[in-house]
Design a protein around this ligand. Structure first.
Ligand code: FE2
Length: 294
């Protein structure tokens, strides 16, 4: 039995004070949006409660699918590193970046420097996709974060990353391993056009051709499950979680995270999903529990 915890979109608050030099281009509109809206949604106390609850669950591994940062200020990356280190050591926590992490052109360098140990393969090599093996679970990390124009939160994997994902999934297909794909943007979403993964159709085609056992994502800040087409009539659950710092009664779901208990072998996997999240009382409680398959 392997227990994988999944949280996403912590959007660390409060936002560090930006310098005037930093508030140019997309960061300026992002800063206004943070001050007017987002700072009332993402709460450090809520996030601390979620992280503390995860620690009581003794998960074998923790996956974080992006958006530690908000507007890509340099200080957000050092704070993000402190937050990751508090959550767990790099071998025990896997991170993939979101659109708020790769916010402007210099962001990818900041992310690699500060968070590289959490987004690399087992030999410490960075780049996407990366592959980490933990028991009979294999984590495949993608980056859908790309700098975009103001007001856009779109994602993009690109032809090279998608082709390498296909090769990776195909190689693992005959191994007795449970393949978990981690990506910030959902492959299927009802969100507005400016929030979508632009080359989702290619990702869906790669999964339909080569298969995966589970895909975990964030970005939409709500509980989501979509069953994707896999090869030979199989179906692959794509599961999204709310922001791990979201207060109740915002226009999305309140903070939550998911636990996956994975057991079995290829052809007969069992995977139980438990959701734990912020109750109206302010406590973190179990909200749902059911078998995804098996
Ligand atoms: Fe987000």
């Amino acid at each position: 039995m392997f227990t994988l915890a999944h949280l996403s979109d912590p959007h660390l608050a409060p936002l560090p004070a930006p310098s005037w030099r930093e508030l140019i281009g997309k960061r300026a509109t992002g800063y206004v949006n943070w001050q007017r809206n987002r700072r009332f949604i993402h709460d450090a106390t809520v996030l601390a409660r979620i992280a503390a609850d995860i620690k009581t669950q003794a998960a074998d591994h923790i996956a974080v699918t992006g958006d530690i940062a908000n507007i890509g200020l340099a200080a957000e990356f050092s704070r993000g590193r402190d937050w990751l280190e508090d959550l767990g050591s790099a071998p025990d926590v896997t991170f993939v970046p979101g659109n708020h992490d790769i916010y402007v052109r210099e962001s990818a360098g900041f992310a690699a420097r500060q968070w590289g140990a959490y987004m690399c393969d087992d030999d410490g090599v960075g780049g996407f996709p990366f592959v980490r093996r933990r028991g009979n679970v294999v984590l495949i990390g993608l980056s859908s974060g790309v700098p975009t124009a103001p007001f856009l939160a779109t994602g993009w994997l690109g032809a090279t990353q998608s082709a390498e994902l296909a090769i990776t999934l195909n190689k693992l297909r005959n191994e007795d391993v449970f393949r978990v794909v981690l990506v910030h943007h959902p492959p299927v979403s009802k969100a507005a056009q400016q929030n979508l993964l632009m080359d989702a159709r290619i990702l869906l085609r790669v999964i339909a051709t080569h298969g995966a056992d589970l895909l975990l994502h964030g970005h939409d800040h709500i509980h989501m499950i979509n069953w994707l087409e896999g090869p030979d009539g199989t179906r692959v659950p794509a599961v999204g979680v709310p922001s791990a710092s979201a207060v109740p009664h915002n226009d999305k779901d309140a903070a939550a995270y998911n636990l996956y208990r994975i057991d079995g072998t290829r052809g007969s996997w069992q995977c139980e999903l438990t959701s734990r999240g912020l109750a109206p009382s302010g406590e973190i409680t179990q909200q749902k529990r059911y078998m995804l398959f098996g």
